[in-house]
Design a protein around this ligand. Structure first.
Ligand code: MN
Length: 359
């Protein structure tokens, strides 16, 4: 584990500076045999249009906490090239024995753009994603991007992404201009996901502008705390906002071993106040019924074992979080996890095939 720990520390700091995956995490290692089928489910890409528009925002004076990462990137920085659909992606997958990546447009997707620009960049990204999946048959699946800031166009694009492009689900990068999907204006989006019977993966972004003073210090706005606090908040808003009473078949996926939510379900139940949140069931019941979690960015075995016991192995999907984390470290961690082979198979690929309808 010592080698992995070193790579983990290096990887985490390099990811922020845009140098992750430059071979360091995979150097001098034999290729991992593909005796196990592995589907990685939170794997990022960018498009030229998204990159250009995000770098333009990074040049603006908008004090958004999300833009810190983009201000450290340039059009030719290593992180942007790792985020391209082509490049080293497939070679690094093969090297670590990863059969398939479920791809999604990198955070914050199109959610910081004006509606018209967001719609155009989402359509282009979904088209490119579908084309890439066709080109490398069996190696990729994809989550469609949409514009919460334009709910009507979002629904239209969600329908096109499934029925015309054959994509596998949806990605939403937490808040949109400080608002969350429990707000009634976003219900058409939840209704569409339920009707199409595809999950929405709620992926992190930094906390909203209203939280700048609380999070804009010590790097708190990123993966050290802000990402998981933000998505955990989003998940609890959906639960307490009664979203699952209204859309009982809606499926939500959250990464990073459940963004801390699984660990306080007991307290949420005992402290839930029906006057504040008049929902029909206990908060934990919605989490157990309507949520899936992924292992992205988490390699500790203890939270994995806890989540298997608390949620069931059929609710957990494996993920790397490429290119922000190293493929090999995620593979080594799941290969070595002290769990049953049946659970490992479920987490590595069976659940992903079922939830994303990968055939
Ligand atoms: Mn991610």
């Amino acid at each position: 584990m010592e080698v992995d720990r070193r790579h983990f520390v290096v990887g985490s700091s390099l990811a922020l500076s845009g140098l992750a995956q430059a071979g360091a995490g995979n150097a001098a290692r034999p290729a991992t045999p593909t005796t196990r089928r592995r589907i990685a489910t939170e794997e990022a890409f960018t498009t030229p249009a998204q990159t250009k528009a995000m770098l333009a925002l990074a040049d603006s004076s908008w004090p958004s906490l999300d833009l810190g990462l983009w201000r450290s990137r340039t059009i030719d920085s290593p992180m942007i090239s790792h985020l391209s659909l082509e490049g080293d992606r497939l070679r690094l997958m093969d090297q670590s024995g990863i059969a398939m990546q479920v791809l999604s447009l990198t955070s914050p997707g199109v959610q910081m753009f004006d509606a018209d620009l967001g719609v155009a960049i989402a359509e282009d990204a979904n088209d490119r994603l579908a084309e890439h999946i066709r080109k490398y048959k069996g190696r990729y699946a994809g989550l469609a991007t949409f514009t919460p800031q334009a709910p009507k166009q979002a629904v239209k694009e969600m329908e096109r992404a499934i029925s015309r492009l054959g994509l596998n689900g949806f990605i939403c990068n937490s808040h949109t201009n400080g608002e969350y999907l429990d707000d009634a204006k976003y219900w058409p989006i939840l209704e569409a996901a339920e009707a199409l019977d595809r999950p929405i993966y709620i992926h992190p972004r930094s906390p909203s502008d209203a939280m700048t003073s609380a999070y804009g210090k010590y790097g708190l706005e990123f993966a050290v705390w802000g990402f998981q606090a933000e998505v955990g908040l989003h998940a609890m808003r959906l639960i307490l906002g009664g979203v699952f009473d209204r859309f009982p078949r809606l499926k939500i996926i959250i990464g990073h071993m459940g963004e801390n939510v699984p660990f306080h379900l007991g307290r949420s139940d005992t402290r839930h106040n029906r006057e504040h949140a008049p929902i029909k069931r206990k908060p934990s019941e919605y989490f157990l019924d309507n949520f899936y979690i992924t292992t992205s960015g988490v390699t500790d075995h203890l939270p994995l074992k806890y989540c298997i016991e608390k949620l069931g192995a059929d609710k957990i999907l494996w993920a790397v979080d490429y290119p922000y984390e190293f493929n090999q470290i995620a593979v080594d961690a799941m290969d070595a996890a002290p769990i049953s082979e049946a659970d490992r198979e479920a987490i590595y690929f069976r659940n992903a095939e079922r939830v994303f309808r990968i055939t």
